[in-house]
Design a protein around this ligand. Structure first.
Ligand code: ZN
Length: 348
């Protein structure tokens, strides 16, 4: 099966009332783990790469790995998505490489750090749609800013600053109308990475869950029931995975993620794409640390990369079941980019 436009995966998810995990990849083991998980649970999937991932994998390797994944599992609909594109040039590079979906993160300037004005965001996101839709490519945009930094991308906002950059539901409606995008990433207080909470219990000093503004998602869904929303920074950072890392010599104190129940509440209210990166990183790191600790005589990379791949796969399976995409791979006939082009032409 060729890669499918992400828009189709999101439209189908909306029809079926479920969410789809968008998992970040850098290498072969992650792609294989995602595909094995998708195959076992019969799930459509979104595989995404950040600019950092493309740089690390030197572009062409990721493309070829994705092609291999589609060839091995022809019955699984896969969208390949660029995460946090920073300029039209980056979007064009991804499209040339064969991506079927791109994110234009106009919430930040091209440096990926400085917050843009609303007008700047509208302008660049609209241009991204003008570039991508005639080619049948899906566009995700972002309104509001997230906390944390991932792969050098992010405004690095503190927990307090995050609350000043939440998505305004009324502005969201204007943004979607003016840009014509396919999917809207919302800022509701999530952060990228493993440390999502700046809140501590004043008495015990224990880290508390991040306070999420779920009501913003409810309000946006009420205003725009057909708008596909995206939750970024939505790893759950399970304690069990962090414990394994710490047990075998790692040092990750005070981590916190997004509880699955909150993501599921989002899915009930229009969230169709859930970005998960950190959880697979944790699973991989823990599995490798365990081998290094228990079998220090091992030196064949397969001895630790295979358990790492297996550990990541378990995380993907859990998420696919929790988000509801499991069982839905065979629901529809995959569209080509040419067919998607025609849909966009009609809508104009
Ligand atoms: Zn993100």
């Amino acid at each position: 099966m060729p890669l499918v436009p992400m828009r189709q995966i999101l439209d189908e998810a909306a029809k079926g009332g479920y969410g789809v995990g968008a998992f970040n990849v850098n290498n072969m083991e992650q792609i294989q783990a995602i595909m094995e998980a998708a195959n076992e649970t019969n799930s459509p999937v979104i595989i995404q790469a950040s600019r950092g991932a493309l740089k690390y994998s030197r572009m062409i390797y990721l493309k070829k790995l994705m092609e291999a994944a589609c060839e091995e599992y022809p019955h699984i609909p896969v969208a390949m998505h660029l995460d946090h594109g920073n300029s039209l040039k980056t979007l064009q590079e991804a499209i040339d490489l064969g991506f079927t979906s791109v994110m234009m993160d106009g919430s930040l300037a091209e440096d990926g750090k400085t917050p843009n004005t609303y007008e700047q965001n509208v302008e660049i996101t609209r241009k991204a749609v003008e570039l991508a839709h005639p080619l049948g490519i899906t566009v995700e945009g972002e309104l509001g800013c997230l906390g944390g930094i991932e792969d050098g991308h992010g405004a690095g906002l503190s927990a307090d600053q995050v609350n000043d950059h939440l998505t305004d539901p009324r502005q969201a409606e204007d943004f979607v109308a003016k840009t014509g995008l396919d999917a809207l990433a919302v800022a509701i207080g999530t952060s990228h990475g493993a440390y999502k909470s700046g809140r501590k219990d004043p008495k015990t000093g224990e880290v508390l869950p991040p306070a999420l503004a779920m009501e913003r998602i409810h309000q946006i869904h009420q205003r725009m029931p057909n708008c596909h929303m995206v939750m970024h920074g939505s790893s759950s950072v399970p304690k069990a995975l962090v414990d394994i890392i710490n047990q075998y010599g790692g040092k990750m104190p005070g981590t916190f993620g997004i509880p699955i129940e909150q993501i599921q509440d989002g899915i009930k209210h229009g969230v169709r794409k859930i970005n998960v990166d950190t959880d697979s990183r944790l699973a991989i790191t823990g599995a490798i640390r365990k081998v290094f600790f228990e079998k220090p005589e091992k030196f064949d990379p397969r001895d630790y990369l295979k358990p790492a791949r297996d550990a990541a796969k378990l995380v993907y399976i859990e998420r696919m079941k929790a988000f509801g995409q499991a069982g839905h791979a065979g629901d529809y006939t995959p569209m080509t980019l040419d067919e998607m082009k025609a849909v966009y032409r009609k809508a104009r």
